[in-house]
Ligand binder design. Structure first.
Ligand code: ATP
Ligand code: MG
Length: 233
């Protein structure tokens, strides 16, 4: 089976990490979440973590060069039979063109760019009620009135991300709309964009994403034939 190679392109809080976890149960793939990688660097106090912290805390972006190098080093060590999901990358046009180049060099072409779509109010609501597991990084939704539960996946302690406060959330959404949302048109032109309704239960959203992936896979498979026909071969 050809590996499934995915970008999840959507605003903060739309459910990208939740969906990445569900998709990785369905396909043999590795999730590269740049947010999780950076948070681990911050927690470990590495030079990259120290550099990234200010950008993360303010809701801004870490520099493109750093991010491209970070993804490249991980992409280069993926087993050949394994696909990938990029969660949180690319976020700028420079990152998208850097990614194109690296994927060509590493022979890991994209299957699809999935774009989960959700109203802004629901995005903000999901973000304010989410916590993350300190042990396994799983995103967990909590009810505002309930006491803080343990992680349902591993029993680990939950925490609220410091950048999930209302002011920083608004900044992140604004940065997304200005710098990242234009990438939808970029991938639309490349014939890779698959918009998907992200309302409802995670399992229902995952089912829609899987349908979109399978459709894109069929298209990718038909592409060489179409190209040959166009050339009259
Ligand atoms: P989500 O709500 O799905 O977790 P998010 O976009 O709010 O998404 P993360 O993807 O977890 O948050 O990223 C957290 C922070 O890390 C970002 O606000 C940004 O400062 C930094 N970051 C993560 N990925 C990138 C990237 N590709 N380029 C630049 N900065 C990044
Ligand atoms: Mg996330």
């Amino acid at each position: 089976m050809t590996p499934v190679n995915i970008i999840l392109l959507g605003p903060p809080g739309v459910g990208k990490s939740t969906q990445a976890a569900l998709l990785s149960k369905r396909y043999p793939l590795v999730t590269l979440s740049t947010g999780n990688i950076l948070r681990a660097e911050v927690a470990a106090g590495t030079p990259l973590g120290l550099e990234a912290q200010a950008a993360i805390d303010s809701g801004g972006l870490v520099g493109d060069e750093v991010m491209i190098a970070l993804v490249r080093s991980r992409m280069a060590t993926l087993p050949a039979e394994c696909g990938y999901i990029l969660d949180g990358f690319p976020r700028t046009t420079a990152q998208a063109t850097g990614l194109d180049r690296m994927l060509r060099e590493l022979h890991r072409p994209l299957t699809a760019v999935l774009q989960p779509l959700l109203e802004r109010e629901e995005v903000v609501r999901r973000m304010s009620s989410r916590r993350e597991c300190r042990t396994c990084n799983a995103p967990v939704t909590v009810k505002p009135e309930a006491p803080c539960p343990a992680c349902p996946a591993c029993g680990g302690a939950l925490f609220q991300r410091p950048d999930d406060t209302p002011a920083v959330i608004l900044k992140r959404v604004a940065v997304y709309e200005e710098q990242t949302a234009p990438l939808a048109a970029y991938y639309q032109r490349a014939g890779l964009l698959a918009p998907v309704d992200a309302r409802g239960q995670p399992a229902d959203v995952a089912a829609r994403l899987i349908t979109a992936i399978e459709l894109q896979r069929l298209q990718r498979r038909a592409e060489p034939v179409r190209r040959q026909r166009a050339l009259g071969l």
